[in-house]
Design a protein around this ligand. Structure first.
Ligand SMILES: [Cu+2]
Length: 150
């Protein structure tokens, strides 16, 4: 039996996308609860790159927020400042964590007030074309409030 080249091409694409899905894993996804007046929230997660190639996180989207950026907090002379990053690079076979006081998602203009215990959908897009949908739990953090110096 012979297959058309179009059919084989379809199979290759299918196998490739399944592999790409399994090679990146997102864990421990959460968003810091903020008072209703606060229009910028912070989110955190860990990216596990199980593949043999480095990969870049290029965009994040959520139906619950108008815009999402990647930020890095840096403290100089006792003042915390946030730097906007276009992409986040994850080396091959390694983990990359977003955590309070360091790398974070900056989530702008929530469509409604988010409360602890709620789940927020996020979609993360990587440079290899992988899209990963995750659910972030809104949590009340013990940390001091997030200061903004934009
Ligand atoms: Cu920030």
């Amino acid at each position: 039996m012979r297959y058309s080249s179009g059919f084989l091409f379809f199979i290759l694409i299918a196998v490739q996308s399944v592999f790409a899905q399994n090679s990146i894993e997102i864990t421990d996804v959460w968003i810091n609860e903020a008072p209703p007046t606060v229009k910028i929230l912070a989110g955190y997660f860990t990216i596990n790159n199980h593949s043999d190639d480095p990969v870049d996180l290029v965009t994040a989207h959520s139906p619950s927020f108008q815009k999402i950026e990647f930020h890095l907090t840096e403290t100089q002379d006792g003042v915390a400042r946030m730097q906007k990053l276009e992409t986040i690079s994850i080396p091959a076979q390694s983990d990359f964590s977003f955590s309070p006081g360091e790398y974070h998602l900056m989530l702008f203009n929530p469509v409604k007030t988010t409360k602890a215990g709620e789940m927020i959908s996020l979609q993360l897009t990587f440079s290899n074309g992988t899209n990963i949908d995750v659910e972030a739990e809104v949590k009340r953090s013990e940390l001091p409030p997030h200061h903004h110096h934009h």
